[in-house]
Write a protein that binds this ligand. Structure first.
Ligand code: 26W
Length: 824
């Protein structure tokens, strides 16, 4: 396979160089004498893109010819990060490019840095989709991703005077990785009314008429597999005014402005990614985005199916569609509409096809994140879809009534329509009813959804409809690309880089855990990664940190349930202890650097307050002569995928400290351990399975268990809440004004002290502090520490997204890889 694979790449270094020069001189119309790093990035990308296109076309032809079942991954978010480095590594020609670029006077690292992240996502859910695309291509599955081509991805975060400021991320200026398909368009209808009638056979028919039309234009992004020629497609839709919509009447009559305004209104649909993570806001434009994307994708999928001229009942044998959370749930309704209204199938036959086609993945149990859309809004925007939703609900409730006669409470609880004012459509319930499988993303999470939010549906459909697929990450990006030296060191022990395709092979390095040279190199790599991050910290923040201090990292979206507030309270507690200590006692403290990063949703006031406190603590602590190197606090601006690739390999300890039962899985926990960092965490999400795999001696767990959370919350609300005494001291310091105007942080304190401490910060605080002391002691014993790190990495094989994708393929999609011919 490798041999054949090389065929897709450049013949040799000269081949790369001449292609590069050609792009500089023709595509970019520049000269080699006036070629800066930006131009070098452009030319290098275009050169590799040329290689991808050939394999991309071949892969699509192979898939069409094989005519086997495909999976379509519908996700509103794809957090891809940079493409060039990934493309060079997956093709297997980064070394060749490095040499070529060097001949031409460039350092490959600098060229790679020129690329702007494709940041079409908020956090975990979007990055998971990106890892899945990498695995699907690497494993040769026939698969397409479908998403939206936002003009503005997640905002750029700037920290000004300690506060988050949001700046638009206009990322499309130059993007060599997308191909506009102006010939692949779909007209999407909104608003209008439903015309019901009876046809010549007496059959009731419904037609959706009137309203307005917007055009969806396809943009395709090639997804190269690792060490395989397979190159899959990610299709992103962009909105445009439909030709008939650009009002030429207005235009010709001189009303140029309002004619342009119509056009802009159409383009607004795909203009911006909603920056909320785990918070549902119910905005009409968001619903428009969802329908626009779902309708265009389904039209495309159905069009492809129809070319095969098969009977409709074969649809689920050819097509699997995965719903990444409830955001694409309208696809269930849209497919039913296509089959019944447009193709004339009977309701039951159509519904059977629909439910056998879809699978639904849930990514959160937080109540405020569960999508609901108001009935009047859907009625207005999608009148026919609302009728179909009511019919789906009617037939569903009738079947429940037959199986559980007389249980009116059950009917009310599981109804897709919530009888509130206004009435609401519960999208998760619609997704469950419309799918044949529902999965959570880690064992605990999959158990929780069965016993809490979806309990009644387990009663109705039985337990087999609900399953678990524990998340995973691609080792190509998160080991080989982010930490090339570690990847090569591992390869020196396992013999090859084959572990990048079969991550369980990592277990071979456990045999070398006592090998002094191996351990020495291991430690040197970690130190070098830390020195590189220290350098970055210095140039971006001016803060000087010591690379041999313990680096303690928490990088993820800022959210109360993820408890960055507990982390910074712990840092304050440490600061107070250092201050109270005598100069003699101070020498006993282990030097530490606390590193934070992450964006707050622009309207999430508490999250912004947390960012402000972290920065305020930093400016006090970092300038306190009593503290010196013992403690530094750093907030890294604009955390994103490419910064994760820099930060994660440099961590000693990372924090995954959500209130038990709130973090569905977490995926950065896996990335940190895979890069030889240890973790402090609660018994939540995938931390539990990581512990099972790597052993409980290699992880620092603390805090209350998920099963106790409800009782603790209940107790808080009935006045039995005595705050932890160390936390009280922290609050006193804040309220004294130690970190600036205490009013700025009052919300964070009252949430814990006066408003029931919903996230159990006080309950877990003591155990959190003690565990950090345990970490200090463990870190002092560097030999044991390195043993823990090596052992942990060797046991991380389970957490590859390749394993995940194979589980989905077998248990949910029923698809198989397409074999690749190995000979030319
Ligand atoms: C509608 C508003 C909204 C937006 C985004 C609601 C929910 C979301 C996402 C589902 C939030 C998210 O990213 N969830 C994360 O998904 C990861 C991948 O499964 C998990 O690892 C994280 O634990 C989970 O928080």
């Amino acid at each position: 396979a490798w041999l054949k694979h090389q065929v897709g790449g450049f013949k040799d270094k000269d081949g790369f160089e001449s292609n590069f020069v050609r792009h500089i001189e023709t595509t970019l119309a520049r000269s080699m004498f006036n070629c800066d790093e930006t131009a070098a990035y452009a030319a290098c990308s275009l050169a590799f893109r040329d290689r991808l296109i050939l394999e991309w076309n071949r892969t699509q032809q192979r898939q069409t010819f094989a005519d086997s079942k495909r999976v379509y991954y519908l996700s509103l978010e794809f957090l891809m990060g940079r493409a060039l480095d990934n493309a060079m590594l997956n093709i297997g020609q980064k070394e060749l490019a490095k040499g070529g670029l060097s001949d031409l006077g460039f350092r490959i690292e600098d060229v790679i840095q020129q690329e702007h992240d494709a940041a079409l996502g908020n956090g975990g859910l979007g990055r998971l989709a990106a890892c899945f695309l990498d695995s699907l291509a690497s494993l040769n599955y026939p698969a397409w991703g479908y998403g939206l081509r936002y003009r503005y991805g997640i905002f750029k975060q700037e920290i000004i005077d300690g506060y988050q400021v949001e700046v638009p991320d206009y990322w499309l200026d130059f993007n060599p990785w997308e191909f506009p398909r102006h010939d692949v368009t779909v007209d999407i209808q909104f608003y209008g009314y439903v015309h019901k009638s009876t046809d010549e056979n007496g059959k009731a028919t419904a037609r959706w008429e009137g309203g307005e039309t917007v055009k969806a234009v396809a943009y395709d992004v090639p997804i190269p597999g690792y060490a395989t020629p397979s190159t899959n497609n990610l299709r992103l839709w962009s909105s445009k005014a439909a030709s008939g919509e650009f009002d030429f009447q207005k235009f010709n009559s001189g009303d140029y402005e309002s004619s342009v305004a119509d056009q802009q209104r159409a383009e607004t649909i795909s203009a911006v990614l909603y920056p909320n993570d785990n918070l549902e806001r119910g905005k009409e434009l968001r619903l428009k985005q969802q329908y626009f994307w779902v309708a265009a994708s389904l039209y495309d999928i159905v069009r492809r199916f129809k070319k095969s001229r098969r009977a409709w009942r074969e649809f689920p044998d050819q097509v699997a569609i995965q719903l990444n959370d409830t955001h694409p749930t309208l696809a269930v309704v849209e497919l039913q509409r296509i089959l019944v209204d447009l193709e004339g199938l009977e309701w039951d036959e159509a519904w059977n096809i629909v439910t056998n086609t879809f699978g639904y993945t849930n990514h959160t149990v937080l109540p405020e994140a569960l999508e609901k859309w108001s009935v009047p809004l859907i009625q207005h925007l999608l009148p026919r879809h609302l009728q179909i939703i009511y019919d789906i609900n009617l037939f569903f409730l009738q079947s429940v009534e037959r199986a559980h006669p007389g249980d009116r409470d059950l009917l009310a609880r599981v109804s897709i329509i919530e009888e509130s004012q206004p009435k609401m459509v519960r999208m998760a319930y619609l997704a469950i009813v419309g799918s044949h499988k529902v999965n959570g993303v880690a064992e605990l999470h999959s158990d929780l959804i069965k016993t809490t939010i979806f309990k009644d549906f387990v009663t109705i459909f039985g337990p087999d409809k609900f399953t678990n697929v524990t998340n995973g990450i691609t080792p190509r990006r998160w080991l080989h690309q982010a930490n090339p030296r570690l990847s090569d060191l591992i390869a020196s022990k396992t013999g090859t880089h084959d572990f990048l395709k079969d991550l369980t092979l990592l277990n071979k390095i456990e045999l070398s855990v006592d090998d002094p040279a191996f351990r020495k190199e291991w430690a040197a790599i970690k130190l070098a990664n830390k020195a590189r991050l220290a350098e970055y910290i210095k140039t971006t923040t001016g803060i000087v940190v010591n690379p041999s201090a313990l680096f303690d990292v928490q990088v993820k979206r800022i959210h109360e349930y993820k408890r960055q507030q507990m982390n910074i309270f712990g840092v304050i507690h440490r600061y107070l202890r250092i201050k109270a200590a005598s100069p003699e006692e101070r020498k006993k403290f282990l030097p530490r650097v606390s590193i934070f990063g992450g964006k707050a949703a622009p309207g999430y006031w508490m999250a912004k307050q947390i960012i402000h406190l972290i920065n305020s603590v930093g400016s006090v602590v970092n300038n306190d002569k009593d503290v010196g190197d013992l403690l530094k606090v750093v907030f890294l601006e604009d955390y994103n995928v490419s910064k994760a690739e820099l930060i994660i390999p440099a961590s000693d300890i990372s924090e995954h400290i959500s209130t038990a039962g709130t973090e569905a899985s977490g995926t950065s926990n896996m990335k940190f351990v895979l890069n030889g960092g240890l973790i402090i965490g609660t018994c939540d999400g995938a931390n539990i399975e990581i512990t099972r795999e790597i052993g409980e001696n290699n992880i620092f767990l603390f805090g209350n268990l998920a099963e106790d959370v409800e009782d603790l919350r209940h107790a808080h609300n009935y006045g039995q809440h005595t705050l932890d005494p160390d936390l009280v001291k922290v609050f006193e310091a804040i309220e004294k004004g130690t970190f600036g105007d205490s009013k700025d942080f009052a919300g964070m304190i009252t949430a814990v002290r006066d408003h029931g401490d919903y996230y159990l910060v006080s309950d877990d605080f003591q155990s959190y502090l003690e565990t950090h002391d345990v970490i200090d002691e463990a870190y002092r014993n560097q030999e044991d520490w390195i043993t823990k790190c090596i052992t942990s990495v060797s046991r991380m094989g389970f957490f590859t997204s390749d394993r995940c994708i194979n589980e989905y393929a077998e248990g949910i999609w029923n698809i198989e890889p397409l074999p690749i011919e190995t000979a030319e």
